[in-house]
Design a protein around this ligand. Sequence first.
Ligand SMILES: NC(=O)c1ccc[n+]([C@@H]2O[C@H](COP(=O)([O-])OP(=O)(O)OC[C@H]3O[C@@H](n4cnc5c(N)ncnc54)[C@H](O)[C@@H]3O)[C@@H](O)[C@H]2O)c1
Length: 124
Amino acid sequence: MSIVTGGANGIGRALAEQVVRRGGHVVIADLDGTAATATAAALTSASAADGGSAEAVQVDVAEPGAVADLVERVSREHGRLDFMANNAGILVAGPLTEFTERQWEVAIDVNFRAVVAGGARHTP
Ligand SMILES: NC(=O)c1ccc[n+]([C@@H]2O[C@H](COP(=O)([O-])OP(=O)(O)OC[C@H]3O[C@@H](n4cnc5c(N)ncnc54)[C@H](O)[C@@H]3O)[C@@H](O)[C@H]2O)c1
């Protein structure tokens, strides 16, 4: 059982694809629920012969408790969690001195706090 945050696109999608290709089941957790649903359907369809599958869930990893809740729910429903990719991330570009308070908050929440939350809950 696996979770890939930010799995609807890019590197996260590639990680999720590797799981289903090996016959695993992956939860694609992404801010963009529509893209996550489309990716999960495409990966499941492409790996039907391998027995792998994917499901989508709309999650904003920056929301307090969201990643911890996701890990807890998936672990409980599937009885195990083998692989957790805290992949969701954003690039905030530009001169640091010109960042707004809000840009700092979002960058720290998505790129740092959410990763710590996912790792902390996954550690036995
Ligand atoms: N692509 C690179 O060259 C590169 C380099 C260094 C680090 N990274 C890191 O690797 C990770 C993936 O990069 P990528 O290029 O595939 O990015 P991407 O932009 O292609 O995909 C990121 C995915 O994360 C999702 N996402 C964004 N904010 C989210 C949130 N708050 N909650 C849930 N999902 C959210 C997006 O909807 C998207 O599907 C990121 O953490 C990125 O910072 C990428």
